[in-house]
Design a binder for this molecule. Structure first.
Ligand SMILES: C[S@@+](CC[C@H](N)C(=O)[O-])C[C@H]1O[C@@H](n2cnc3c(N)ncnc32)[C@H](O)[C@@H]1O
Length: 272
């Protein structure tokens, strides 16, 4: 997506062995969207819990250092993560593991994570934030690693759409369709997963919506107010983002004009 060029490049902090640089920069930019998407994902999971008598399998796209899992499975907040990782000297892996072990774990969900960053996934796996991390570029077709996953109930993505576009969703849905269409679980036919994800308002959803339609999904933008993602890193990032939004006919008065990126929340469900 061309709009991505407007955003500050964070590649260097996505690929460190430790999450500290990532959390430090996100704290500086007040990136707290994961606190806001947590209850939205949790409410979908709670509804599924009523229909499935096993832990809910969550696939987190662009999971980074297992941020969503830290918040949802380990009941933490961004500010608690920052307090632990950013106060004083950088914790060792042993200390970090102990930190997570002392949290209340929600056994009702299992996380599977995908990220292009091998380092971030390694950290997440070592901390038991996920059952398995899959190190792939979602934009490429090589998603056969997904074949070995258990049945996925919910696919989530916070702050990742934009890095990934319609091609990634098409690749994923192809694998899911192949895997799930002819499979049976406990005598019942597999139900395709629900997708729930945040998308910055400046990213055009047209192509992604078309892909979901092609795979017999209906996509709806949630009617909640746009969610604050993070502050702009500088005036150029703000000006270019606001200009893109105005070109799209989107009013920025109550939102981006205040100096922050805002995201919409989408839910895609299989039609049948
Ligand atoms: C803004 S971070 C979001 C991290 C996490 N979800 C959160 O909210 O804190 C975006 C993540 O997407 C990952 N990513 C970017 N392009 C990707 C791709 N093509 N395939 C898989 N992951 C990708 C990055 O490595 C990074 O970890």
């Amino acid at each position: 997506m061309n709009e991505l060029k407007v955003k500050k490049d964070f590649t260097d902090i996505y690929i460190q062995d430790s999450p500290c640089s990532y959390l430090k920069e996100m704290d500086r930019l007040e990136y707290f969207i994961s606190d806001s998407t947590k209850p939205l994902y949790n409410s979908i999971i709670q509804q599924l819990e009523e229909t499935v008598s096993r832990p809910i399998n969550v696939l987190d796209l662009g999971s980074s250092y297992g941020i969503n899992s830290s918040l949802m499975k380990y009941n933490l907040t961004m500010s608690e993560l920052n307090d632990f990782f950013l106060n004083g000297t950088e914790p060792t892996k042993k200390e970090a593991k102990q930190f997570y072990e002392e949290c209340t774990i929600n056994d009702n969900m299992n996380f599977y994570q995908i990220d292009i960053s091998e380092e971030a996934l390694k950290f997440s796996e070592e901390m038991n934030l996920c059952e398995r991390g899959i190190n792939i570029d979602l934009e490429t077709e090589k998603l056969n690693l997904l074949e070995s996953l258990p049945k996925i109930d919910v696919v989530i993505a916070t702050g990742c759409v934009g890095y990934i576009g319609h091609q990634a969703f098409s690749n994923l849905l192809k694998v899911i369709k192949n895997r799930q269409s002819n499979s049976i679980e406990n005598g019942k036919e597999y139900v395709a997963p629900i997708f729930a994800f945040s998308v910055l308002r400046m990213f055009d959803m047209k192509d992604i919506k078309e892909v979901f339609e092609m795979f017999d999904y209906s996509v709806v933008k949630s009617d909640i107010k746009p969610i604050r993602q993070r502050s702009f890193s500088d005036s150029k990032e703000k000006a270019q983002t606001v200009s893109i939004l105005h070109d799209m006919g989107i009013n920025t008065k109550k939102y981006e004009d205040d100096g922050n990126f805002y995201a919409d929340f989408y839910i895609a469900k299989p039609k049948n």
